[in-house]
Design a protein around this ligand. Structure first.
Ligand SMILES: C[S@@+](CC[C@H](N)C(=O)[O-])C[C@H]1O[C@@H](n2cnc3c(N)ncnc32)[C@H](O)[C@@H]1O
Length: 222
């Protein structure tokens, strides 16, 4: 099915960004078997990377069960089933006890709840001196940096990704794949409809690639 092929393709190009997940992780001190909560983990490209980078236990939460199923499949395939678990839950209703995690990781999901609200609500979930790592859009970065201390964290470090990297390393190759599939399925109206949906997303970024730049924020509970 075209939808499955596109999901697979998106994950494949999403993996181009694992180098930034690694860079952010390397900004943390060495932690023994950390408990990590990956919020809005989706199909788990960063989650699997975290399993490779650490010897810890990782819980991925998301509201989309089919994405979690895909993460469970990859977890099994990579041999991480004993350390990577998934829980279907909304990031508006996270129900773990206080001080459950050494690290909270959130790539591409904090915008759903808002930067400031997330920092405040997630603080209780971290153990003392625990870390929060966020990958978010670059817009209003200076406002975000200002909010960090009043939300109960200190900034360890932050870095922005190259300006149009989402275009060059994700959406541009995605567009090429969409075109290949469009030619292959030219007589399949359902497939073309699906591909149009993905092309619309590509077009949005293509119009102004620099607007879609993003940054990592590495914070420590203070
Ligand atoms: C842009 S994706 C990021 C996925 C993954 N973290 C990554 O970086 O590849 C955002 C994810 O947030 C999830 N999401 C959306 N609303 C949510 C909610 N209310 N609670 C939990 N997850 C949510 C979506 O299902 C999706 O998997």
């Amino acid at each position: 099915m075209v939808e499955d092929l596109m999901a697979e393709t998106k994950d494949h190009f999403r993996e181009h960004f694992n180098k930034y997940t690694r860079k952010a992780f390397q900004m943390l001190p060495k932690l023994e078997k950390p408990r990590i909560l990956d919020i809005g983990c989706g199909s788990g490209v960063p989650t699997i990377e975290l399993a490779k980078l650490s010897d810890g236990e990782i819980i991925g939460i998301d509201i989309n069960q089919s994405l979690l199923d895909e993460l469970n499949r990859k977890t099994e395939e990579e041999g991480f089933s004993s350390r990577v678990k998934t829980v279907k839950c909304s990031l508006f209703e996270i129900d773990f006890p206080d001080e459950s995690f050494d690290i909270i990781w959130a790539e591409g999901s904090i915008w759903i709840i808002g930067f400031e609200k997330a920092l405040k609500e997630w603080n209780r979930l971290l153990k003392p001196n625990g870390f929060l790592v966020v990958h978010d859009e670059i817009k209003t970065v200076s406002n975000k940096l200002k909010k960090i201390p009043s939300c109960g964290y200190k900034l360890v470090d932050y870095f922005s990704l190259p300006e149009d990297v989402w275009w060059t390393e994700y959406y541009k190759p995605l567009e090429i794949r969409i075109e290949e599939l469009r030619v292959k399925h030219e007589n399949n109206s359902e497939a073309l409809k699906t591909l149009k949906k993905y092309q619309n997303e590509v077009d949005m970024v293509k119009r102004n690639p620099k607007e879609y730049s993003s940054a990592f924020f590495v914070m420590q509970k203070s």
